[in-house]
Design a protein. Structure first.
Length: 172
């Protein structure tokens, strides 16, 4: 393995760990809020596309094999295939969409993360609707997205502050 490959592997592992740690941080609310999306936002803003995607994939795979890496210390295929598993898969959509927008310039970080988040919402809500047999997509959005929009905007803005402070130092 080449020297650069070790560094990329280590960075991927660190960002997977950041996402895991963020999934354990829960803000009590009527619908508990986790910080997972903050970890994914940081991966998008601080890593090249391949490493951001790999960090999320490693996080998902660790959960698939049963390690308690998901919110509420959940793990296993059953958790991932449950009613909220689509939001975890939605993290991949978040990375892909945000990175596509960022091809047009780093100054688009906030819109990129916002569009990526809406991609995550779409995948997760569609999954939830199919899994639960819920009525309309708008009803699902009211239950699964609306309570999280303001906290997710706060996480997005916090991630932008961190990315702007750390980003120039990470790859030196």
């Amino acid at each position: 393995m080449k020297k650069g490959a070790y560094r990329k592997t280590a960075i991927t592992a660190v960002f997977s760990a950041i996402i895991i740690i963020c999934s354990f941080i829960t803000i009590p609310a009527p619908v508990p809020i986790t910080m997972q999306t903050l970890g994914v936002f940081l991966a998008v803003g601080l890593l090249p596309t391949d490493l951001a995607l790999m960090s999320v994939l490693v996080y998902i795979m660790l959960g698939v094999v049963g390690l308690p890496v998901f919110s509420g210390f959940g793990g296993g295929v059953g958790y991932l295939l449950g009613q909220t598993g689509g939001y975890i898969f939605g993290f991949l959509a978040l990375v892909i969409i945000a990175k596509l927008v960022l091809l047009f310039g780093k100054r688009l970080l906030i819109p990129a993360l916002a569009l990526g988040l809406f991609g995550c919402y779409f995948v997760g809500s569609l999954w939830f609707m199919i899994y639960t047999g819920a009525g309309s997509f708008s009803e699902v959005l009211a239950v699964t997205v609306l309570p999280f929009i303001l906290p997710d905007i706060a996480k997005l803005l916090l991630s932008v502050v961190i990315i702007n402070r750390v980003g120039s130092r990470l790859w030196k």
